[in-house]
Write a protein that binds this ligand. Sequence first.
Ligand SMILES: [Mg+2]
Length: 377
Amino acid sequence: MPPGAPGEGGSEPAVDRLEAAAYTVPTDALEGDGTLTWGSTTVIVVQVHAGTTTGLGYTYGAPATVQVIEDQLASVVTGRNVWDVPAANDAMNRAVRNAGRPGLIAQAISAVDTALWDLKARLLHVPLTRLLGAVRSKVPVYGSGGFTTYDAEQQDRQLRKWTEQQGIGRVKIKIGESWGRNEHRDRERIAAARHSIGETAELYVDANGAYTRKQAIRLGPYLEEHGVTWFEEPVSSDDLTGLSHIRAAVTADVTAGEYGYTLPYFAQMLDAGAVDCLQADLTRCGGITVWLKAAALAEAHGTQISGHCAPHLHAHVAAAVPNLRHLEWFHDHVRIEELLFDGTLDPAGGTVRPGASSAPGLGLTLRTEAVQQCRTL
Ligand SMILES: [Mg+2]
């Protein structure tokens, strides 16, 4: 720890050690969106130890993230005062200057930051939502999946599970199949989705950046006709001008932000007027520390924020910010989190209640036997 760092010299708890591992879980069916298809998903889990207490964090990404955590971050965090998570986050940022922060390295920082917040809450014996301070006890979620690789029957079954069985009144499907070259099927699947969920549930679409600007604008009236109120990444989220043009031309909310790895990224997106609702992913943007700042940035721009993927990590921070829209109950990640962790949340009725069980921290416990079977690094 550098001289003068917060907590230096006291007898307060310090980080003893840190470990990381990668687990790869096959999907239950081939999953794809407008611009990518995958048959397995890797989660990188970090455990941070202080005495007999362990904090847990994770990110979804490449197995090489484990090496970054071990080689670049472990020595930065070890020995630090557990209470001062922002100091650890700041030190990690400084340490990776020459390694290049956006991308995989930001994901590594995110996982460690999250584990440190979990550790702090566990040492204080409070749920993370209590440590952060909540503005709500129930966090709205939306069902997310509807992959382009699904056939009509699979899509219908998944959407009805969310709306009819679980009572989730908001669902999202992927469109933009084959980089926007199969728009006819996109339109068929949107109409089928509306039929599956009925007239009252909210219907969202996510093109994952597959369309051209004009193609997205031409689709606008069709989306409106089918009551689609959320149009995520109609074009690349790097095309802020395009997003803002589409935003002006369609009635659905235009949303993006899932690839934000730094705070200035969100500031630029908001300053450009590119989104109606900012998305941010705490497993990428720098962890809980930075997600809270992104939420504040959005609030200052009169914009709501939505938590992207990894629903069990976002539930607690989602409860802590006033301008939350909802968080993404992403099929792939829900399945993995239920497989690897005890203490997962129930979205019945369309909300989750982080901290309701009074379990400390994130309330998650790694299922040791289950994880050993899918460990890859
Ligand atoms: Mg998306």
